[in-house]
Write a protein that binds this ligand. Structure first.
Ligand code: MG
Ligand code: NI
Length: 479
């Protein structure tokens, strides 16, 4: 009798992403990849914790979801609360919130490129894993690391001055902002714009050079068709804070145009897979998995027709040339897209700082009535983030629905893992280089697992080869 031998290779956890996850590669009898899953096994249940709390606490409560992107939750919660109050913010409050958001985008995108992604790109994917990290990068290219540190610190200082703290801010409140920007801080930030732009452009130079050097891998690595979702302004330009939703299909055909984010439930549903605690959002009208879409830098540039700042817009034109009809599919192009957004965020910061209203203290509007529900949407560094609260007439949260950026990219990340595993793994053989290429594909999406799950901290990597009966037939550890 021939028994079915279905083997499973596990990579647990994936290193150098925020939080942690597990990769399981299912092999068929011939040792070829049959299926691959990016498995998120922890559960956080933040939506449940929020029930019974008063809504105006939400900007502070939800900023605790994550130590990596607290500003995104803080601002999205504040927007949902504005919606419950039914108020339109003052112009200075809007500008100041956007400035805070730009600080977050700058620090997050800089962290990702300089600390997490560039070791693979610059030291090589087959480099010694002990050296292929930011410490190895300091030895190899200290100037580059310094550029990253400076950019990150620029973003963090903006957050700190406006938010009161470096990590969990408390400045955005329902109806506006509780802190004004001082003229001294404004002037100090303005002085840093020039060097920040130069550092972002240096990073763009590095990524372009890498693409040229390794073009075969870059073009083919985790390249697959999906839809794309992101906020745009009224001219369909890139928008990270305000704007309406735009959803396009794999060929660039517009599926939803200038869609009111408050009605997101009309276009987005979430599919539940029994093996993952993280849901799989999809475009309702197409169903799952056909309606899978991507969010984040690559998706945002794919849905945008332009960028409202000159330097980033010039780069966008180069980016669009990489794809067919301006639609870029390869996961590794997330890095380029992220750096173009970094450049945009710096230019946008300059525009905001130069605005005549940026230091105004007219920052709060109030209301005595509550709507039954409120929706806040923002383009977090990792992608579209939704907060939706339902409240009773005393303002207590009855129900909360959060769709985080990493959730929006869940199906796409699984697809990316499968695509890489399929082309790289043969005959039960799994090398460090292959493992890292899978990690590299996931890392393109900059998944924030602490947002999606309950992160327990870094664990050593375990690779397991498991038969269908559950027997471990091979195992290796990196510790
Ligand atoms: Mg949810
Ligand atoms: Ni997060």
């Amino acid at each position: 009798m021939v028994s079915e031998v279905k083997k499973t290779i596990e990579i647990n956890p994936v290193s150098r992403i925020e939080g942690h996850g597990k990769v399981t590669i299912h092999l068929d009898e011939a040792g070829n990849v049959a299926d691959a899953k990016f498995n998120i096994t922890q559960f956080r249940g933040f939506e449940k914790f929020c029930e019974g709390r008063v809504f105006w606490e939400m900007p502070v409560i939800t900023s605790r979801i994550c130590g990596i992107c607290p500003v995104s939750h803080h601002l999205t919660a504040a927007k949902a609360c504005d919606d419950i109050l039914g108020v339109e913010l003052t112009r200075p409050a809007k500008l100041l919130r956007e400035l805070l958001h730009m600080g977050q985008v700058i620090q997050s995108h800089a962290l990702h490129f300089f600390y997490l992604a560039s070791p693979d790109l610059l030291l090589g994917m087959d480099a010694d894993p002990a050296k292929r990290n930011v410490i190895g990068l300091i030895a190899e290219n200290p100037d580059l690391v310094v550029k990253g540190v400076k950019l990150r610190s620029f973003g963090q200082t903006i957050i700190q001055r406006l938010g009161g703290k470096k990590v969990h801010p408390n400045c955005a409140v329902p109806g506006g902002m509780n802190t004004a920007l001082s003229k001294a801080d404004r002037d100090q930030f303005l002085k840093q714009i020039g060097p920040a732009i130069a550092n972002a452009q240096a990073a763009i130079g590095i990524i372009k050079e890498y693409y040229e050097k390794d073009s075969n891998f870059v073009c083919t690595c985790a390249s697959f068709p999906t839809g794309y979702l992101g906020l745009v302004d009224e001219s369909n330009n890139l928008e990270l804070y305000n704007g309406k939703l735009r959803l396009i299909d794999q060929n660039g055909k517009v599926l939803e145009d200038q869609f009111n984010p408050s009605n997101y439930l009309d276009i987005i549903s979430e599919y539940v897979e029994d093996w993952s605690y993280l849901k799989f959002p999809f475009y309702r009208k197409m169903g799952y998995p056909k309606g899978t879409y991507r969010v984040g830098p690559l998706a945002r540039l794919n849905v945008s027709q332009g960028i409202s700042t000159p330097l980033a817009n010039a780069e966008l034109k180069n980016f669009k040339k990489l794809g067919t009809n301006g639609i870029v599919e390869g996961s590794l192009y997330y890095h380029y897209a992220r750096l173009i957004e970094l450049l945009y965020a710096i230019e946008r910061t300059q525009q905001l700082l130069k605005d005549k209203d940026i230091c105004s203290t007219d920052l709060i509007v109030t209301s005595n009535t509550y709507n039954e529900q409120g929706v806040g949407v923002i383009e977090a560094p990792r992608g579209t983030l939704f907060h939706h609260y339902w409240v009773d007439d005393t303002g207590k949260i009855q129900k909360a629905n959060l769709i985080v950026a990493t959730g929006n990219n869940n199906a796409a990340m699984n697809k990316a893992v499968y695509e890489v595993a399929k082309t790289q793994i043969r005959n039960n053989k799994i090398t460090e280089g292959i493992l890292n290429r899978i990690e590299v594909a996931i890392r393109c999406y900059d998944p924030c697992l602490s947002c999606s799950t309950h992160a327990l901290g870094q664990m050593p990597m375990v690779v397991q080869l498991v038969s269908a009966t559950g027997a471990v037939i091979d195992e290796s550890r990196t510790d």
